[in-house]
Design a protein around this ligand. Structure first.
Ligand code: NAD
Ligand code: UDX
Length: 463
């Protein structure tokens, strides 16, 4: 018989959307998503489905369809673990901020807590699925915790990394390039793999469901993110060379992307990649390589991060330099704060670092983002601990209306590629600004010649 009850620990950007799709596509399975964060669970249960805690196009409709039918959000972690035959661990695995591996290694304390709680509560055999992104060989540690409880329950551990990207999570989940499942090669391991394959086979073609050993699956997730981020750092490195040589990075990207061996995706030069995954996962990869003494491997991947930091710094330096070497007291308006369009997530967004640099130069930052609140902007800056909260609050204003955010500004900086920015009345914005009016397009989304015709001094990335 197939799985009838799933529990997912962690109701975040991965757990929430992934379980919503499983519930939608498998009405025969009861899916319960649990989290320690009561506020987050309350938001998932909000009567008005537009108030769910994660903004993803199409997600609220799916939650509306399945919630209360076979999709449940709860803080009763132990009850959900006890009842489930299959438990997904989808908790956060941030970069360690203390002790050995500080600033590099993944912090696995939340994972270990989950494993201990599963071990404590379980009375029947369970399949435990690693959905979080984990260092290679983490399953070994989880197994050792689960196998040493002495209560006779049998556990199978699978690795099933998630490849969704934020902003397109629903589409990515409905139509994944592949589903990756790693498990033990024993009979029990293969049975557990099959149980998870059967869940996904409700909507994913079998030939897109890939099964491997556990270690390959764990390492493939870090590898995929490292390769994707490396493409962005590679094109960003070329963007700097383009600016010096008269080449145009958009043209270069198009030219190389038409080579079928290279391909066109992930070649968009930008102010630098952000998001909760790329930096964290590459640092983790670098740490793992170093821990095996593979220093050349570690240095190779670390360069992707070094280049990304350089790109963010280059953007803020260019603003200061262009504004006659001082932004002191000047109003600089940020269009966008999220790390990419169509998400309310701001983790590691380039906007945070660019703002921090400019505030160090005494600039006054005004922010407009269609999905990010002032509270979040200030929390992001406070997290850097560059200055105290009051100083951050004094130097940052937030607006609900983009035209008000831009009025009186010395410069506008586009930090996120929200579609609506392109459609703005740029003449109206120009008329309301200080002159000369500068525009720094960190996403190369605005029409350079239109803006220049209006009178803007327009700076793009890589041209
Ligand atoms: P998140 O911070 O949005 O959500 C994690 C949730 O887990 C939080 O709500 C937290 O309260 C909860 N949690 C932590 N410990 C818990 C515990 N012991 N019991 C119950 N709940 C607990 O994180 P996320 O973005 O969903 O990422 C989760 C994992 O998925 C990470 O390992 C990440 O690397 C990976 N991942 C993320 C993405 C993405 O786009 N965000 C994509 C693929 C993989
Ligand atoms: C990434 C991976 O794409 C996804 O497979 C994995 O599961 C989680 O990490 P995510 O971080 O949500 O997803 O978004 P992604 O689209 O990869 O963008 C990451 C960052 O790179 C964003 O800041 C984005 O703006 C930037 N980016 C992306 C570029 O600067 N140029 C590009 O060509 C593509």
């Amino acid at each position: 018989m197939g799985i009838t009850k799933i529990c997912c620990i962690g109701a975040g950007y991965v757990g929430g959307p992934t379980m919503a799709i499983i519930a939608q596509k498998c009405p025969q399975i009861q899916v319960t998503v649990v989290d320690l964060n009561q506020e987050r669970i309350a938001a998932w249960n909000d009567e008005d489905v537009n108030n769910i805690p994660i903004y993803e196009p199409g997600l609220s409709d799916i939650v509306k369809e399945a919630r209360g039918r076979n999709l449940f959000f709860s803080t009763e972690v132990e009850k959900a673990i006890d009842e489930a035959e299959m438990i997904f661990i989808s908790v956060n695995t941030p970069t360690k901020t203390y002790g050995k591996g500080k600033g590099m290694a993944a912090d696995l304390k939340f994972i270990e807590l989950c494993a201990r709680q599963i071990a404590k509560v379980s009375k029947t055999d369970k399949i435990v699925v690693e959905k979080s992104t984990l260092p290679v060989r983490t399953a070994e540690a989880i197994k050792s915790i689960l196998d040493n409880t002495g209560n006779g329950v049998k556990f199978q551990i699978l690795s099933n990394p998630e490849f969704l990207a934020e902003g397109t999570a629903v589409q990515d989940l409905l139509n994944p390039d592949r589903i990756l499942i790693g498990g033990e090669t024993t009979d029990e391991g293969q049975k557990a793999i099959q149980a998870l394959v059967d869940v996904y086979a409700n909507w994913v073609d079998k030939d897109r469901i890939l099964t491997t050993n556990v270690w390959s699956s764990e390492l493939s997730k870090l590898t995929a993110n490292a390769f994707l981020a490396q493409r962005i750092s590679s094109i960003n490195a070329m963007s700097e060379l383009c600016e010096k040589t008269g080449a145009d990075v958009n043209e270069v990207a198009r030219a190389i992307g038409m080579d079928s061996r290279i391909g066109p995706k992930f070649l968009k030069a930008s102010v630098g990649f952000g998001g909760s995954c790329f930096q964290k996962d590459i640092l983790n990869l670098v740490y793992i390589a170093k821990s095996y003494g593979l220093n050349e491997v570690a240095d190779y991947w670390e360069q992707v991060i070094i280049m990304n930091d350089h790109q963010k710094r280059r953007f803020s330096d260019n603003i200061v330099k262009t504004l006659y070497n001082t932004v002191s007291g000047k109003k600089i308006t940020f269009l966008g704060w999220a790390f990419k369009k169509d998400t309310n997530d701001t983790r590691e967004s380039a906007a945070i670092y660019v703002a921090d640099d400019l505030i160090n130069e005494n600039a006054k930052i005004s922010v407009y983002d269609p999905k990010v609140s002032r509270k979040k902007v200030l929390a992001d800056l406070d997290y850097l601990q560059t200055r105290n909260s009051e100083e951050n609050a004094d130097n940052v204003l937030s607006f609900e209306n983009p035209y008000e955010a831009c009025a009186g500004a010395h410069a506008i900086a586009v930090l996120t590629e929200w579609d609506e920015f392109v459609a703005y009345d740029w003449q109206k914005i120009y008329d309301s600004m200080q002159k000369p009016a500068f525009a720094f397009d960190g996403r190369n989304i605005l029409n350079a010649s239109d803006l220049q015709k209006i009178g803007f001094v327009y700076h793009a990335i890589g041209s």
